[in-house]
Structure formats: structure tokens, C-alpha cells
Design a protein around this ligand. Structure first.
Ligand code: CMC
Length: 387
């Protein structure tokens, strides 16, 4: 006799945990109807205009804007933690340039490798959680830059302790100090990617740290979830689409055909935003300047046609450009190769992962949802020869 706990489809529940509440947070708020994003109450537009990544990290971690002194202490700590062990550089050199290796896999392993080199990684206290959060956030930039260089067959450039976080990242990756516009744009990219509600990678981080595993494990969980094309991996695919279209003459026909074939267009749509993603709007304004400087205006022209047609056809369904649509055009025009877009997304998002992880640990309860079992029960075991 088969006892059915529930028949498939009998119990209604939102797939993908849509609308489920994971916990309370004071970190950030995504207003999907109005197309607004706030970090601890401050709009992303204001932060992109006035703040720095270090300050945003402080805001997310400690729920307030820092005084000058508080900011300079966090900044000093981030600079002091920048260097990574030689063995991690060696691993990156060995693996990052492999033909079929995705840099997100290298980033995931490199961050994981940091833990056994860190004597304090297993310490269980709130002070340790905060300290590890700062360490990892600082070091992710060094790892991502080293991966980017190794992929071009270049030796890593060690951190410059005199530069702010974003400027140091560009220096380590591109090999020379950049001008104020480039440094500011990198800072803005990191700020825009720093946090975004209970997205898949932040949730993955929280699930891991809720077991009281260490912060490195949590961040590795976040990197793993971010890698997928439905989440952080959409940026490189959105750029691949612009490259495939190639010419603005082809853009309208290409996108109409893709819509007719019901293809998912990367860089569009969002679980929470049913309006224009404010991060995409901010990046669009930077895209105008950086594409002009780089002579890559054709990408922006193609993107504008795609955006117009997508909104005409699917805007009524709440499908608009998201952050990943314009970040690729911006980063490519800055001289960043496509495969490094998602590691850079992670290098920004680690602030949100770790800030939420610390918040989780303050009143932790292990995540343990349930499945609805719709399979058979009490099934007799059949020996292998009788199957
Ligand atoms: N292109 C075409 N149709 C779309 C798209 C898209 N990009 N996104 C959603 N739709 C349609 C989808 O086909 C479905 O239509 P119908 O109701 O007729 O079946 C409806 O909109 C709802 O889509 P869904 O896939 O059920 O929505 P979701 O909330 O499960 O997924 C999403 C959200 C972001 C995964 C999805 O919009 C998507 O796959 N977008 C492309 C990938 C992408 O750009 N991801 C980056 C998200 S922003 C950065 C981040 O935070 O990760």
C-alpha cells in the first residue's frame, strides 16, 4: 500500500520561496514596486553619489554612517588585511588561466583556501565574526585582481597599501594607477553591488553561517550561489548577447526574435523589482561617459534598442533592465574582460554577505525549512538481483 503524504500539486506553496520571510534585517530594503533600493534607509542614488565602498561597508556592518575616525579605523584595517598567502597566489597562477576554468570557481576555491591560513578562522565570537568579515571583504579584491591577471598570463600585483579599496583593486588588476573617473566608477560599481535584500547568494551565506560554520564557509556559499546565470552570472551573458548582436542594425530583429522564442533575456527581470532597477539607471549614466572615453558607444546603442523593445513588449509584465544589463557594458569599457564581471560582483557583494552574516549570528537560529513529500512511503527494499 502506498501512503501519500501529499499528492504532487495538492499543497500550494510559492516555488523558489517567493515571498517567504527569512528574518528581520536592518541592513537594506528593496522596494520592488517603486524601483528603489536603500542601505540602512539611505537611497542607493545618494550613496552612489556621495559615499565610498569602505563607508558603505561600515554602514551595512554597523547600521550607521561612520565618523571620520571610525571610517579611518575600518579603512586601515581593510588595508592591513589586503595581502593573501603565497600559496593562494600560486594556486591562482596554476589554475586561473585554464581554458575551461571559470574565474568564479577559482575565486570560490581561493577564498576557501584562506581559511586554513587564518589561525583565527574558527574562533566563535561576535568580535571574531566582524574581524573575519573585514578580512574576507578586503582580500576578495586581491584575489579577484590576481585571477584577472593570471588569466592574461600576467604575474599578480601586490596590494598598494596607500590606495583606497576600489583604486587599489584597479591598480592590482590593470597594472597601473587609474585616474579619478575610473577609480570613482569602480567605487560606484562596488557600492551598487554591495547588498540587495534576501537574494540567493546572501541567503546561501546565511544558511551556512546559521549552522555556526565559520565566515569563510558562509562566503564560499555566497560565491557558489552567485556564480549561476540566473543571479550574478547574468552580467557576462548580457554582454555576450551584445557581442553576438554586434551591430545596432541587427538589434531590433534579434531581440524580437528572442522574445518570440520566449528566450530569457539576461540582464532583465527580477524577483523583487517590477519596475526599473535603480542600479541599472545609475550605471546607464556612467555608461554614457565610459563608452565615450573607450570608443565603445556601439554597445550602448545596441543596449538602448534592446531596452526599448524589451520594455515595449514585456514592461507590462514588470520586466525591466536589472543591474546586470549595464554593468557589463561599463566594465568592458573599463578594460575588464567578460569572465571577470561576476567575480567583481562578488567583490562588492561580500560586504552584504558578511554584514548579514554578522546580523544573523547576533540572534541565530539554524535555517531548517521543510519539503512536502510527494513520493511513496513504506516501500520494501528489493535486493539488486531482483530489480
Ligand atoms: N526575459 C524574458 N522573460 C522573462 C525574463 C527575462 N529576463 N525574466 C522573467 N521573464 C518572464 C518569465 O518567462 C515568466 O513569464 P511567464 O509568467 O509567462 O512564464 C515571468 O517573466 C516570471 O519569470 P520567472 O523566471 O518566474 O521570475 P523569477 O522571479 O523566478 O526569476 C530572474 C527572476 C531574475 C531569475 C529572472 O527574471 C531571470 O531569469 N532573468 C534573467 C537573468 C538575470 O538577469 N539575472 C540577474 C538578476 S539581477 C542581479 C541579481 O540580483 O542576481
Amino acid at each position: 500500500m502506498t501512503i501519500i503524504v501529499a499528492k504532487p500539486g495538492e499543497v500550494q506553496f510559492p516555488k523558489g520561496l517567493e515571498g517567504a520571510i527569512a528574518r528581520e534585517t536592518t541592513k537594506g530594503y528593496v522596494d520592488g514596486k517603486q524601483g528603489k533600493l536603500y542601505y540602512h534607509g539611505i537611497s542607493i542614488e545618494e550613496l552612489a553619489e556621495h559615499s565610498t565602498y569602505e563607508e558603505v561597508f561600515y554602514l551595512l556592518m554597523y547600521d550607521k554612517l561612520p565618523s571620520k575616525e571610525e571610517l579611518s579605523i575600518l579603512d586601515m584595517r581593510m588595508r592591513q588585511y589586503r595581502e593573501i598567502p603565497d600559496a593562494v597566489y600560486e594556486f591562482i597562477k596554476d589554475r586561473a588561466s585554464g581554458y575551461n576554468v571559470h574565474p568564479m570557481s577559482v575565486l570560490r576555491t581561493a577564498v576557501s583556501m584562506l581559511a586554513p591560513f587564518d589561525d583565527a578562522s574558527e574562533e566563535q565570537s561576535m568580535a571574531a565574526a566582524e574581524r573575519e568579515a573585514i578580512k574576507i571583504t578586503s582580500r576578495m579584491a586581491t584575489i579577484t585582481a590576481a585571477i584577472g591577471r593570471a588569466r592574461r598570463g600576467l604575474a599578480p600585483i601586490h596590494p598598494d597599501f596607500n590606495l583606497p579599496h576600489a583604486a587599489n583593486f584597479l591598480y592590482m588588476y590593470l597594472g597601473e594607477e587609474q585616474d579619478d573617473f575610473m577609480n570613482r566608477l569602480m567605487d560606484v560599481l562596488l557600492i551598487l553591488h554591495a547588498d540587495h535584500g534576501c537574494n540567493a547568494s546572501t541567503f546561501a551565506t546565511l544558511v551556512v553561517v546559521s549552522t555556526l560554520a565559520d565566515m569563510y564557509s558562509g562566503v564560499v556559499g555566497g560565491i557558489s550561489a552567485l556564480k549561476g546565470p540566473l543571479h550574478g552570472g547574468a552580467n557576462e551573458r548580457a554582454m555576450a548577447m551584445l557581442d553576438e548582436i554586434g551591430d545596432e542594425e541587427n538589434a531590433e530583429a534579434w531581440i524580437l526574435d528572442a522574445i518570440a522564442k520566449k528566450k530569457k533575456i539576461m540582464g532583465f527581470g527580477h524577483r523583487v523589482y517590477k519596475a526599473y532597477d535603480p542600479r541599472a539607471r545609475i550605471l546607464h549614466s556612467y555608461a554614457e561617459e565610459i563608452t565615450r572615453r573607450a570608443g565603445t558607444e556601439h554597445w550602448l546603442r545596441i543596449a538602448s534598442i534592446i531596452e526599448r523593445v524589451m520594455i515595449e513588449k514585456l514592461g507590462a509584465k514588470g520586466i525591466f533592465p536589472n543591474v546586470d544589463f549595464y554593468s557589463g557594458t561599463v566594465m568592458s569599457s573599463m578594460g575588464v574582460e567578460r569572465k571577470l564581471f561576476t567575480p567583481i560582483f562578488a567583490t562588492g557583494r561580500v560586504a552584504g554577505w558578511t554584514a548579514h552574516a554578522v546580523e544573523q549570528l547576533k540572534d541565530n537560529r539554524i535555517y531548517r525549512p521543510r519539503f512536502i513529500y510527494v513520493g511513496p512511503v513504506n516501500v520494501a527494499y528489493t535486493p539488486i538481483d531482483e530489480r
